[in-house]
Design a protein around this ligand. Structure first.
Ligand code: NAD
Length: 490
């Protein structure tokens, strides 16, 4: 259908159908608002199509192969053959199922769906260009808008994602053959998750990280089991190096990395010291994955036409109700800044819709979980011991090592621990960190504990089924109370 230059009106225009935008649209529909959701690419955004879901599918599939290959101790001798294109098409099937589900849910909740690219024309009008030749454009007048345009991978100078051997995470998750060798630039969330995937596929993986450790922002004790497992997988690490250039010497590519400047160590922009031939690293690999962070997609929206401001990094700043500096325009998800986590975006999307509907909703980040799907997984929620201390609490910490968990031992996966932080005087749970198989699932109980104002006593006296990993949560609470049964009390 060719869409002419028509003007329609809507209560709420949501731009972007990722986990922040589609959730906002569905919630707005449930609240009887007239809502239009515009998406230029695919329902479900980066998370469903190119990020969380495909990466978790690939992590699971490569874990199955890896575990089968290393199950001799359990009396299993197997040598699974990997057909990457079969694995990728299974992953694509999962993605299709979820994205079509999103479309159906939106329609069932009365959301008007529009395919096209939106830009602001003024503070109550957006122009939508429809993709495809002769598809034209249309104008939407809105009472409220919710910007949910997400983020995109940051390239590094001289490493363009248009060059076939240089990959971003999206391209890496769509490869149809296993590379013999891969340089991973950046040991953050994406770098560490995908380094394991490729190592388990049999790729020789080398990680180059500007800082002196993996996973910036996470405590050392959480990173240790993950780094150890990565070493066991044969992943090589070069810390304190920034990738600066690459070329094709003949066969494959050569990635050059130089010692990173002090700014990187302080969390600032990555710069290299004076290049010195003797200090430089040269990595001869088949491909390179660049995972040095993501930047908000705010530069293509003509935000200035609506008067919406961003910070110097393009993040749209919002208040606790997801409102931008323009009262009737909201921003949710990655475009509204860190933490760039899908569930944070969804929570913000719901708040924005509810505020527009006149409800007293507000964002509450105190129990925002974060998960790194490494092997083993890392999950955190609330405050660390240091953060609790800095916030003026008198923290008490309980810990339970997985090697004392019957279930972890029966899974053949007992590296890690559960740590719980509470206020000593009254026992209120303040935070938790877990490194364990299924840490991503275990953390939910502790998020609920924080949300409900539960105490160590509440967690410790809740009967947990045996034998389960979740007993470790109860045991950590017992340990903080000096009542642990299966580990020595501190
Ligand atoms: P990140 O910020 O987690 O890590 C980037 C790493 O790259 C840092 O350690 C940084 O020091 C390093 N770096 C920067 N420039 C470099 C250079 N030139 N050479 C070598 N190292 C360099 O970023 P990411 O891994 O790209 O992830 C992006 C975002 O996506 C994150 O903010 C995260 O919130 C989100 N994400 C979340 C999940 C999850 O929730 N499990 C998974 C993937 C991504």
């Amino acid at each position: 259908m060719v869409v002419g230059d028509v003007t329609t009106g809507t209560d709420v225009l949501v731009i972007g159908a990722g986990p922040a935008g589609y959730v906002a649209a569905i919630r707005a529909g449930q609240l009887d608002l007239d809502v239009t959701l515009v998406e230029k690419d695919a329902y479900g955004g980066t998370c469903l199509n190119h990020g969380c879901i495909p990466s978790k599918a690939m992590i699971t599939a490569t874990d199955v192969a890896h575990e089968a290959r290393h199950a001799e101790e359990m009396g299993i001798h197997a040598d699974p053959a990997i057909d990457l294109s079969g694995m990728v098409s299974w992953k694509d099937g999962v993605v299709d199922q979820l994205t079509s589900g999103v479309e159906k849910l939106c329609k069932a909740n009365g959301v008007n769906l529009l395919e096209g690219t939106a830009v602001f024309a003024d503070e109550h009008t957006a122009r939508i260009s429809h993709s495809g030749e002769g598809q034209g454009s249309e104008t939407i007048e809105f009472e409220h808008a919710i910007v949910a345009t997400g983020s995109r991978p940051i390239p590094i100078p001289d490493f363009s994602f248009d060059d076939e051997p240089i990959l971003n995470s999206r391209q890496a998750l769509a490869l149809d053959s296993v590379p013999d060798s891969l340089a991973v630039v950046g040991a953050g969330y994406i770098g560490m998750e995908l380094a394991s995937v490729f190592a388990k596929l049999g790729t020789e993986v080398t990680v180059v990280e500007a800082l002196d450790a993996i996973l910036p922002g996470y405590d050392d004790d959480l990173k240790r089991p993950v780094k150890q497992r990565a070493n066991d997988l044969g992943i090589d690490f070069h810390f304190g190096y920034a990738a600066t250039e690459w070329y094709e010497p003949g066969d494959g590519i050569r990635v050059i990395a130089e010692p990173a400047g002090d700014a990187a160590a302080d969390g600032g922009e990555v710069q290299v010291e004076e290049p010195d031939e003797d200090d430089r690293l040269e990595l001869d690999v088949e491909k390179a994955l660049i995972a040095v962070g993501r930047a908000p997609v705010s530069d293509t929206l003509e935000l200035e036409a609506a008067g919406v401001e961003t910070d110097e990094n393009g993040v749209i700043e919002t208040d606790s109700r997801a409102r931008t500096n323009v009262d009737h325009i909201f921003a949710v998800g990655d475009v509204a800044g860190e933490p760039m986590l899908a569930h944070k975006g969804s929570a913000e999307g719901q708040v924005a819709a509810e505020v527009i509907a006149g409800e007293p909703a507000a964002l509450d980040h105190q129990a925002m979980p974060a998960v790194v799907f490494t092997d083993p997984e890392i999950a955190t929620v609330g405050m660390t011991e240091t953060e609790a201390d800095e916030a003026g609490f008198d923290p008490v910490v309980g810990e339970f090592p997985l090697r004392a968990s019957g279930r972890a031992l029966t899974m053949g996966d007992s590296d890690g621990f559960v740590k719980i932080v509470a206020e000593e005087s009254d026992g209120y749970v303040l935070g938790a960190s877990i490194v364990a198989p299924e840490a991503s699932e275990l953390i939910a109980e502790l998020g609920l504990a924080i949300e409900l104002g539960a105490t160590l006593e509440d967690v410790a006296s809740t009967v947990h089924a045996h034998p389960t990993l979740s007993e470790s949560v109860m045991e950590a609470a017992e340990n903080a109370l000096g009542q642990a049964i299966h580990t020595l009390n501190r």
